[in-house]
Design a protein around this ligand. Structure first.
Ligand code: SF4
Length: 73
């Protein structure tokens, strides 16, 4: 039986790595993160998640396809 720990964020299609331990979740559009900054682009953020986090929206990475000359595509 699979557990949530078999499907961590770092293996999810929606995960974009930031550093060794965290990344952004791109499952949904950015969320309001406060307006303390004068720059509008700072007001909206993708959630930061840990590489070992998980949720019910997990989607596996696409399978690697290998071309005839052995290059991953
Ligand atoms: S929070 Fe959910 S959808 Fe987002 S990266 Fe982690 S497992 Fe994927």
């Amino acid at each position: 039986m699979n557990t949530p720990f078999d499907h961590p964020c770092e293996m999810c299609r929606y995960f974009k790595k930031l550093d060794a331990l965290t990344g952004n979740c791109h499952r949904f559009p950015p969320v309001f993160a406060g307006d303390s900054s004068p720059r509008e682009t700072h007001h909206w953020r993708y959630p930061i998640v840990g590489i070992h986090g998980w949720c019910g929206e997990f989607l596996s990475l696409p399978a690697l396809h290998v071309s005839a000359d052995g290059v991953g595509i």
